[in-house]
Write a protein that binds this ligand. Structure first.
Ligand code: AKB
Length: 319
């Protein structure tokens, strides 16, 4: 059995994807990797860890060869707000990293998962019920790298017969690792601040509606799309996936169900607001439902209850 490589394993999604894949396929079959160094005994628990800078072709090649890797989950990327701050670095990491990953995958015949995003859409895209196949003219560097990444993955599938698959992920909410540098990060920060201080100052306007998803559904979607029967797949790169959509105002109301004196105010960041305003409010994920039976388990109420319960325990332990 060939092994699985996860890049960006210490990031928000990677740090929960690695344990899930290890549980699913076995500890030794999953090689975690990151440009950062793992804390021994924590993130590396239960399986191999490698230092990999995804912009360095020979580092990727060496790890793929040495571990006999057959599937790559390429999670290493800069998120939207940080990519807008450092567009040149974002191009290097998001595009340069993906290109090198695909080249190694071509040489060693690996399947590749690439996380695209709702950021792959732009202001000309229909914002409600955003179709699977529609206009994609993003106005951010993050979006440019995501659309180009989707196309590049399709190209490697068509030209070299590589099994590339991807999802257009919405804002991801989790209580394990922080996201860092995204436009949807508020939907994670708000929970930490609600538990700690019963107050949050939000960097998006109260009426900014965006798609979001809880981490257990995200991990489930990633594993499912990679295990999907290829004969059913009409699309590959990348599927719209949705679970819930809400505004900061609506999320604050839901938190108040559990913390009645929770207060929110707004200190709008014009850069992140402009990014959010260029994205869909609610995508149509009918293709994912039809082609690989996508069905999320968490809605806003279930996610909020679980986040608060888990964070109360986590933050009490760290005090
Ligand atoms: C971001 O905000 O940059 C990400 C995303 C929606 O792709 N969470």
């Amino acid at each position: 059995m060939r092994r699985i490589l996860v890049t960006g394993a210490l990031g928000q999604i990677g740090s929960e994807l690695v344990p899930a894949l290890r549980k699913h396929y076995g500890d030794d079959r999953v090689v975690a990797s990151d440009i950062r160094t793992a804390t021994v005994g924590a993130e590396t628990d239960g399986g191999p860890f490698e230092h990999v800078d995804c912009t360095q072709f020979h580092q990727i090649q060496e790890v793929v060869r040495r571990h006999d890797v057959g599937v790559i989950y390429h999670m290493a990327a800069l998120l939207s707000a940080i990519a807008e701050e450092k567009p040149q670095v974002a191009w290097q990491v998001n595009m340069g990293g993906l290109y090198r990953m695909l080249e190694v995958a071509r040489q060693y015949r690996c399947a590749v998962f690439m996380p695209s995003s709702i950021g792959a859409f732009g202001p000309a895209t229909p914002r409600d019920g955003t179709p699977q196949d529609t206009i994609q003219r993003p106005t951010t560097m993050y979006g440019v790298t995501k659309v180009a990444g989707e196309l590049l993955c399709d190209y490697y599938a068509g030209r070299f017969g590589l099994d590339t698959r991807g999802l257009r992920l919405p804002g991801i909410i989790s209580h394990v690792a922080p996201p860092g540098g995204g436009t949807t990060d508020y939907a994670v920060d708000i929970f930490y601040q609600a538990v700690r201080y019963r107050h949050y100052s939000c960097f998006l306007r109260p009426d900014t509606c965006l798609d979001m998803m809880y981490m257990p559904d995200t991990i489930d979607a990633i594993i499912r799309v990679m295990e999907a029967d290829p004969s059913r797949l009409v699309h590959r790169n990348a599927f719209n996936v949705a679970a819930m959509n809400f505004t900061p105002e609506r999320l604050a109301d839901e938190i108040r169900v559990h913390i009645p004196d929770f207060a929110i105010d707004y200190d709008v960041d014009p850069v992140r607001q402009a990014i959010a305003d260029s994205w869909p409010r609610a995508v149509d994920d009918g293709a994912a439902r039809a082609e690989w039976d996508w069905a999320p388990h968490y809605d806003l109420a279930a996610m909020t209850a679980d986040m608060l319960e888990k964070l109360r325990v986590k933050l009490a332990r760290s005090n």
